[in-house]
Design a protein around this ligand. Structure first.
Ligand code: SF4
Length: 400
């Protein structure tokens, strides 16, 4: 039996915005009408959800694809009572989207082994240099730094990880604060649990300086300091005014007074668009301005565009495509349509910069040439997605 789904009828490859096992009730309806085995499919992400479907007799079996891409050992670990050690699929629909015309190889945002990196060969405990000074210091506790620390520790290295915030997770932990994006936190939680289990020293709330590392002189240093929000491809005049904030500051809880918000969308990214949704859900009048043909291009490939449009349009969000931002002024943003001459003003009590991120690379360049083995990984090389951060973390951890 085949199946036909569309984004208009029902989600397929449903993202984290759809409930887990969202189609199990359909399997139950079909099972009630047939005498042959019926399998349930659709965002069944872990063994507990699968067991629940079987216990409720909604289906005779379950199909899990993305969960097994994220961790092919899920069945064995779950059977052994080690479900907490399963690397979780976060239903991001990014690395594993392979049915496009580009015929890209399969990847996964959370599982670097899908991209055929070298397998980790753990060094026996009795060969590990226990008690010695850290042979690897990782600066930055985002996904790249955590995966590098995990990989190096599994290879027997003694690892210390420093993070300037009070929590691990970096940009991913921040992105998880967007509406419906909480599942992103699963990968941070998984990596943190792994680091604690394998004995990585974790130092939170520490701003590492070049002086500290030059005094400590560890055998290897990995910089994974992430990225910060830029001020526009060409810096937007007025980007430093008091009523201008960026996506990161909004996700940290910062707000300006006033109900009218203009979101400047340079990237079409999930993080930015979740911030627009967040502010609209607070009852603010939100207008998204982009030079693109339409708002939300990153949401198309991940199958999020239709439900996101439904949610934000219900909040009254205004979309203003093919429009350039000329400058930001107190109380307004001056824009110009790309195809119609002239400028116009959009009222704005708060302006949100959804501009391209820049690599946080100051520490790396301050140390370059002063330490024998210095690596970097993730967004501090070039801001990209979780997939590249974790993959580079794995590669750096294999070299460290
Ligand atoms: S890319 Fe995302 S949705 Fe796909 S298997 Fe990996 S974590 Fe799951």
């Amino acid at each position: 039996m085949g199946s036909i789904f569309s984004t208009h009828m029902f989600p397929f490859h449903a993202s984290m915005h759809a409930p887990p096992a969202y189609a199990a009730h359909l399997a139950a309806t079909i099972k009630a009408a047939l005498t042959i085995p019926v399998f349930a499919a659709g965002r069944i992400m872990n063994a507990a959800q699968a067991e629940h479907i079987l216990e409720q007799e909604q289906a005779d079996g379950v199909e899990m694809i993305r969960a097994l891409i994220a961790d092919p050992t899920l069945p064995r670990l779950s059977q052994e009572g080690r479900a907490g050690e399963v690397r979780p699929c976060i239903a991001c629909n990014q690395g594993c989207q392979v049915r496009g015309v580009m015929n890209v190889p399969l990847g996964c945002n959370v599982n670097p082994d899908v991209a055929a990196t070298q397998p980790i060969i753990p060094i026996p405990q009795w060969l590990s240099p226990a008690g010695a000074a850290p042979s690897l210091v990782v600066v930055g506790g985002g996904p790249a730094g955590m995966e590098a620390a995990r990989t190096a520790a599994l290879r027997g290295r003694r690892v210390a990880l420093y993070e300037r915030e009070q929590t691990l997770g970096g940009t991913v932990a921040l992105a998880a604060k967007g509406p419906g994006r909480g599942e992103l936190q699963l990968i941070s939680d998984y990596l943190q649990a792994q680091l604690e289990k394998i004995g990585v020293e974790i130092h939170l709330g520490v701003e590492v300086t070049p002086k500290m590392l030059l005094a400590q002189r560890p055998a290897t240093v990995l910089i994974a300091t992430g990225a910060y929000t830029g001020s526009g491809l060409l810096p937007i005049p007025g980007h430093d005014l008091a009523h201008v904030v960026d996506v990161r500051r909004i996700l940290r809880g910062e707000r300006c007074e006033g109900a009218r918000v203009v979101v400047i969308d340079e990237t079409g990214s999930h993080g930015l668009l979740s911030v627009a949704e967040l502010l609209a859900a607070e009852g603010r009048g939100v207008e998204i301005v982009t030079e693109d043909w339409y708002v939300g291009h990153d949401l198309v490939a991940t199958h999020d565009i239709v439900p996101w449009m439904q949610r934000v349009l219900a909040h009254g969000v205004t979309m203003t495509p093919h429009t350039s931002v000329v400058r930001i002024e107190p109380g307004q943003v001056i824009v110009s349509d790309r195809f119609i001459a002239g400028e116009r003003a959009l009222p704005a009590d708060m302006v949100v910069l959804g501009t391209y991120e820049r690599p946080e690379q100051g520490l790396y360049y301050a140390l370059k040439g002063h330490l024998p083995r210095l690596f970097r990984a993730g967004d501090c090389v070039a801001p990209r997605h979780i997939e590249q951060a974790i993959l580079e973390g794995r590669q750096a951890g294999m070299q460290a």
